[in-house]
Write a protein that binds this ligand. Structure first.
Ligand code: BTN
Length: 263
């Protein structure tokens, strides 16, 4: 059996060093060589704090899945203030996807789309995944996992042909530090807009990112519905069109999972 030599892991923060604390685009950013999950570290922090790690030993994905987090990817969590009683609170997970897309477009990625609620795709391959946790009532932790020069497909067979990496899309790929700053800048702008009540402006920009209407199956916590995904309405509700032209509207919390139906 032959073994393929891998390049040494590239750490931006030296293992063993204390976390680096810097002020970046209005956020207090803590950077670590490795943590279990940046979302879990961020759970104990305050609004406008952020955490980045070069690697995660127990990265968390949606639906309690493992998130492969080898060095070279961007593993970032940002603590965002949420006005629970504001109309925009339920739109927050969508708005984080918008901020990531804005930062990726600024980095030169042209062909991006979002899969509801906030997977960032290039074609049908996943470039970034987002996990929004609510550990405290007035705060949300927005966890962002973005493949840059890490090797998810080499680490897990089930990811074969499923992922995209920024390093394969733009040359040269921006540094993790520049990407972090760009995402945090966009996220601050979008969250300030949301908390100022500019929900419909944000949602109409978001609606340009879903790509063509696609056939989907919704898992409504055990009840399954099929139809065509047609973006979100002014209240952030998912629009599902039926074959006869009518539409049903679903609050984000009603939809456990959206699966795109491919033929
Ligand atoms: C998904 O399943 O698509 C969501 C993946 C979210 C991964 C990111 S990486 C940074 C943050 N820390 C975690 O443990 N998960 C999120």
């Amino acid at each position: 059996m032959s073994t393929v030599a891998r390049p040494a892991l590239q750490f931006d923060v030296s293992p063993g060093d204390p976390p680096r604390l810097t002020l970046v685009e209005g956020w207090w950013l803590r950077e670590f060589a490795e943590v279990d999950s940046t979302n879990l570290v961020a759970a104990g922090l305050s609004a406008w704090d952020a955490v980045r790690a070069d690697a995660q030993s127990a990265g968390r994905g949606r639906f309690q899945r493992e998130w492969i987090s080898d060095a070279g990817g961007l593993w970032l969590s940002a603590v965002v203030p949420v006005k629970s009683d504001s109309p925009g609170a339920s739109a927050l997970p969508l708005v984080v996807g918008l901020a990531v897309c804005d930062a990726l477009r600024a980095a030169g990625v042209a062909e991006l789309r979002l899969r509801w609620p906030n997977d960032v795709l290039v074609g049908d391959r996943k470039l970034a995944g987002l996990l929004i946790d609510r550990f405290k009532p007035e705060l949300a932790v927005a966890g962002i996992g973005l493949n840059v020069s890490n090797e998810p497909e080499a680490r897990h067979d089930h990811l074969k042909n499923q992922t995209a990496r920024l390093a394969d899309l733009v040359s040269p790929a921006p540094s993790l530090r520049d990407l972090t700053a760009s995402i945090l800048r966009q996220l601050r702008l979008e969250v300030d807009g949301l908390n100022a009540g500019n929900v419909s402006g944000l949602l109409s920009r978001l609606n340009q990112l879903w790509g063509r209407p696609r056939p989907v199956e919704l898992d409504l916590d055990g009840e399954f519905r099929t139809g065509t995904f047609n973006g979100v309405d002014d209240g952030g509700r998912l629009i599902l069109s039926g074959p006869a032209g009518g539409a049903d509207f679903f609050e984000p919390w009603q939809v456990r999972h959206l699966r795109e139906i491919t033929n």
